[in-house]
Design a protein around this ligand. Structure first.
Ligand SMILES: Cc1ncc(COP(=O)(O)O)c(C=O)c1O
Length: 391
């Protein structure tokens, strides 16, 4: 009996599953692998957030199913955050829906919006879930190259007219994973105009909007007047508040789209654990000054990486935001080989750029999610490996 549905075969191999196995094997041999591959924050959230979780979990009536829309106080807290950071008004009843992490919402939004054959515009390189969900829904991905020449923004003029006519949805993600590129409001304004002219839904993934350096502030697409008519934005506490394992995110913006996602989710999940929601309220409403200190930690790590990469003669942009440095590899290497060489020869794990799409070839992504001393150790090892192997 064949137990796997045909639609399961649309997924490409999951790179990180294979990598975890290889790393476990190395660790079993007693090797000390430095992981600069996955973007999971290594620092904890503020103690008051954990206190809020504990207080709530200790109440006997905190353990039942919760409404799919989540707590009103949580929707209000997200709306307040959008008001505070972006001066964007959101209706907590119709324009805000909490998610079990933004990944869940990204996947399910594609499920609730895309019909077989619908074209979906996806950045290349890009976060893998946009493509995986599109394929699972039977949609047709149309990739928008992100190149250094266009500052890792899609060239909107270069999208072929016939693709635009057929496209239903466009995915964007700024600050960007994996390139660390950023978008300004002028770019978002052009996107909103394009969406209006072509009846496109724009889905902006703002997962890294609050991980920013050097006084940079990332805008929200919803700051563009009228954006709510054509756009939704995903947000999450995973990176912004060091809460990746808690699984708490949100979708905000165009109400009709959010209502469809809500309808789908009533068939899939059964709401979010109340203590997680109450802690999320505390995270969003509490003092945010600690985020600046945390961002300084990442900024120092970024500077350390950049300093060593420059010594190695490798080209990387100065990331203004995100958890990553996107680094060109030497000519003659392919990303996968280069990353494999560093894992084998130096026990450093980086993410090869090509796993994010064809335009990621020629790059590796370095995550800033380990302490600076470990980054320094990794960079020293990289230097030695490159001297020996000639990379
Ligand atoms: C661009 C991007 N979007 C979304 C996510 C998912 O975040 P969450 O933890 O909210 O599901 C990630 C996680 O790495 C990401 O890089």
């Amino acid at each position: 009996m064949k137990l796997t549905a045909d639609r399961m075969y649309v997924f490409p191999d999951h790179f990180f599953a294979g990598l975890n196995t290889r790393i476990r094997e190395l660790q079993a041999q007693g090797r000390d692998v430095i992981r600069l591959d996955i973007g999971s924050p290594d620092l904890p959230p503020e103690p008051q957030i954990i206190e809020a979780l504990k207080r709530s979990a200790e109440r006997p009536n905190s353990h039942g199913y919760q409404p799919h829309q989540g707590l009103l106080s949580l929707r209000q807290a997200w709306a307040k955050m959008y008001q505070r950071l972006y001066q964007v008004d959101l209706d907590p009843e119709a324009e805000v829906l909490p998610l079990l992490g933004s990944k869940e919402g990204i996947f399910n939004l594609v499920m609730s919006s895309v019909n077989p054959g619908d074209v979906v515009l996806i950045p290349d390189p890009g976060y893998l879930t946009y493509n995986a969900a599109t394929l699972f829904a039977g949609g047709e991905p149309a990739f928008m190259p992100l190149t250094i020449e266009h500052r890792f923004l899609p060239d909107l003029q270069a999208i072929p007219k016939q693709i635009l006519r057929k496209a239903k949805m466009m995915w964007l993600n700024y600050p960007n994973n994996p390139t660390a590129g950023v978008a300004d409001l002028d770019f978002f304004t052009k996107v909103v105009d394009l969406a209006r002219d072509n009846e496109l839904l724009v889905c902006h993934d703002a997962a890294y909007a609050q991980v920013t350096f050097d006084d940079y502030q990332a805008p929200s697409i919803l700051q563009v007047p009228g954006a709510k008519d054509v756009a939704v934005e995903f947000n999450t506490l995973s990176k912004s508040h060091n809460m990746a394992g808690w699984r708490t995110g949100v979708i905000v913006g165009k109400g009709e789209v959010i209502e469809q996602l809500h309808a789908l989710k009533t068939n899939i999940d059964s709401g979010q654990f109340l203590p997680v929601m109450e802690a999320a309220v505390s995270a969003l409403n509490g003092d945010q000054a600690w985020l600046d200190d945390r961002n300084l930690v990442y900024q120092e790590r970024r500077d350390t990486v950049l300093k060593y990469l420059a010594q190695l003669g490798l080209d990387a942009q100065i990331s203004k935001a995100s958890l990553y440095v996107w680094c060109s590899i030497p000519e003659g290497w392919r990303s996968a080989e280069y990353a494999a060489m560093l894992l084998k020869g130096a026990e450093i794990s980086l993410t090869p750029g090509d796993i994010f799409g064809a335009h990621g070839e020629g790059y590796v992504r370095i995550a800033l999610t380990v302490p600076r001393s470990r980054i320094e150790e990794a960079m020293r090892r990289m230097n030695n490996a490159v001297q020996v192997i000639g990379g």
